[in-house]
Design a protein around this ligand. Structure first.
Ligand code: FPP
Length: 248
C-alpha cells in the first residue's frame, strides 16, 4: 500500500468527509519559472493536477469539488498568457469530457461566461449539457469569476425583484442572497485549499466561505496531487468546527 492509499484509509476510518472541497490552484507560474520554462508550461502541468484531484475526490467520496481556474482579474494578464489559458481550457474539455462523463462527474462552469470566445463558450456549454445528468461528483469550474461581482449581480437581481414588487424588502434574507449566487443550491465549502503557500482568499467565494476550514499547502499547484488532497482532508478532520458556537 502506497502513502496515498494509507492516507485514504485513514480519512475513510475517520469518517467525517468534507462534502464540498474548494481549491485556489496557485503556483503554476512559479513552477515554470523554477525550471526556466514559459508560464503556459506551468499551466499545462497544472491541468494534470486537475485530473489527479478529480480522481482523488471521486475515490474519497467528496460530493462537490470547486476549482478556481480563471479569475476576472486574470483577463488583465498578457494576451499571450490569456490565450494559452483559453486554449488549455478548450483542450481540457476535449480531452476529459468523455472520461468525466464515464466517471459520473457533472461539470458546471461558473462565472461571467459571456466574456469567453465563441469556441470556448461552445465547449463549455457542450460539456455542461453532456454531463448534466451525472450525480457522483459535482465539479464546479470557476472561470472569469470574481466573488464581489457575483455579489453585485445578486444585489442587482434583488433590487429588480423589489422594484417590480416580486419581493418585499423585509423578505431579503441570507437565503435570498445565497439563492442568487452562481452556487445556488450547492452546500457551502467545508474545506478551502490554497496551494503555493499564499495566505489570501483572492476574491473567491467570499460569501460561501464564511465558516469554511482553510488549508494552506506550500506545494505549487503542478506538484499537487492525490496525496496532497488526502493530506488536506486529514487536516480538515482534525479541526473542531464550531460555527461560532462552543464545542459539544
Ligand atoms: C495560478 O497560477 C493558476 C491559474 C491562474 C490558472 C489555473 C489553471 C490551471 C490549473 C490549468 C487549467 C485548468 C483547467 C480546469 C482547464 P499562477 O499563474 O498565478 O502562478 P504564480 O502565482 O506562481 O505566477
Amino acid at each position: 500500500m502506497g502513502a496515498a492509499d494509507e492516507l485514504l484509509a485513514a480519512i475513510r476510518g475517520h469518517g467525517a468527509m468534507p462534502r464540498h472541497v474548494a481549491i485556489i490552484m496557485d503556483g503554476n507560474g512559479r513552477w515554470a519559472r523554477e525550471r526556466m520554462l514559459p508560464r503556459p508550461v506551468g499551466h499545462r502541468e497544472g491541468m494534470k493536477s486537475v485530473r489527479a484531484v478529480v480522481e482523488a475526490a471521486l475515490e474519497a467520496g467528496v460530493e462537490v469539488l470547486s476549482l478556481f481556474a480563471f479569475s476576472q482579474e486574470n483577463w488583465q494578464r498578457p494576451a499571450a498568457e490569456v490565450s494559452a489559458l483559453m486554449s488549455l481550457l478548450e483542450e481540457y474539455i476535449k480531452k476529459e469530457a468523455r472520461e468525466l462523463e464515464a466517471q459520473g462527474v457533472r461539470v458546471v462552469f461558473l462565472g461571467d461566461l459571456d466574456r469567453l470566445g465563441p469556441v470556448q463558450r461552445a465547449a463549455v456549454d457542450g460539456v455542461m449539457a453532456q454531463t448534466a445528468h451525472n450525480s457522483k461528483l459535482l465539479l464546479n469550474l470557476f472561470i472569469s469569476y470574481g466573488s464581489r461581482a457575483e455579489l453585485v449581480r445578486a444585489a442587482r437581481q434583488i433590487a429588480e425583484d423589489v422594484a417590480a414588487g416580486r419581493l418585499a424588502p423585509d423578505a431579503v434574507d441570507e437565503a435570498a442572497i445565497s439563492g442568487r449566487l452562481f452556487t445556488a443550491g450547492v452546500p457551502d465549502p467545508d474545506l478551502l485549499i490554497r496551494t503555493s503557500g499564499e495566505m489570501r482568499i483572492s476574491n473567491f467565494l467570499l460569501w460561501q466561505l464564511a465558516y469554511t476550514e482553510l488549508h494552506i499547502s506550500p506545494v505549487l499547484w503542478p506538484d499537487f496531487g492525490r496525496d496532497e488532497l488526502f493530506r488536506a482532508i486529514l487536516d480538515y478532520q482534525s479541526r473542531d468546527r464550531r460555527f461560532g458556537r462552543v464545542s459539544a
